[in-house]
Design a protein around this ligand. Sequence first.
Ligand code: 5RP
Length: 221
Amino acid sequence: MNADEMKKQAAWAALEYITTDGVVGVGTGSTVNHFIDALATIKHRIEGAVSSSNASTQRLKDYGIEVFDLNQVNEVAVYVDGADESNHALQLIKGGGGALTREKIIAAVADKFVCIADSSKRVDILGKFPLPVEVIPMSRSYVAREIVKLGGQPVYREGVITDNGNVILDVHGLDIMEPIKLEKTLNDIVGVVTNGLFAMRPADVLLLGSENGTQTVFANK
Ligand code: 5RP
């Protein structure tokens, strides 16, 4: 079974968490694309979706699923999204697809965050995957210098503009031993919009596609 088949398996397993007549929070990425395909099969059971990217919005609309502005919605019962890495506390690195800011906003609103991934995403220590940081364009060099002081090696993701009109620095070389502390420290740098550490608000459950079926993983705190 290849990684994409594992992603698909995890994505379809997430249907079990969808509540009837609710608004579903939808993330971004190749795993989420499988989830949107799955969600389309039960679209009559949901009120609609809120989406974390223009790409996911388009895919949802192509299936005839209504997409609401988050400000129109009082409650998001479940948010389903992928990840680039997850540790044992279900703290994540996200943002490989550049949608981290909207993803983090919907995760904050949601009652339950269901993360879907293939088994390669499970790690002991976060940081092998370069940590994405979305920054206001004029602050790029300043933020990069501040990140170097923290021990990271920021690399400008050239040619990428986020859905919010910002740019991304991918930070290499971090062994993230204290994810919450680093998430807060990065947030405090002027010019940073969001960083891809989802530690203050981790996932509630991780559905991990593997050779042996989909594993349901809860946080090991
Ligand atoms: C996008 C993300 C994605 O969830 C993450 O990059 C995983 O992507 P994929 O499902 O394609 O492996 O955070 O910003």
